[in-house]
Design a protein around this ligand. Sequence first.
Ligand SMILES: [Zn+2]
Length: 213
Amino acid sequence: MAFLKHFAKPGVKRKVLDLQSQEYERKRIRKFQSSWQHSFSWLVYDTEANTMHCKICRSLKNDSGGDSPLIAGTSNFKIDVVRLHAACKQHQRNSELIAAKSTPISQSVAADCLGKLKRAEYTRLVSKFRSAHAIAKHHLSFNLFKTFCKLDTAKGLGVGTSHTTDKSAAQFVSAIANVERRRVIQKIESCKFLSLTMDVIFWGVCHFMCFFT
Ligand SMILES: [Zn+2]
């Protein structure tokens, strides 16, 4: 085993390598790598101060505080420093804030929720208008409107609990009648000839047929 004396022991060799590595790191002059900005678009390099910082967190530092070196700016040009900042909660919260501020109100989450609410309300109103229209068309009692609404709910249509009374049914029918009245008036005003035929009369209800030309 005499030949082994020419080789350093494994433990000693590792210590030498560690010392060499520490010496290399101590003398190494790190520089900002512009390629980092491809992955981290918020990273800014200040050529005059020779520092890098996060433009998102810096723009919000008055509101959010924080002690990340990338807010004040740092010349510790290590990718790990950048990655650490990208992963921190403060930066992620600030990124969401900036994204929310730059998103048009019409595309925001709040606007989307409001739109869904409006669509749901619109769907409920359509069901109620149809029920009220059917009641009026078949000369049924407005008292049946509540039953119609309960039936729609049982079908899963979700018409809600508001505006389900007989008075509401009368209001829906009145609104339908007003729209139809305006439509008929427009037709009468624009037509050259008009013929009106009374079809049936019973219980005080008249059916008319109008012909416009
Ligand atoms: Zn940041």
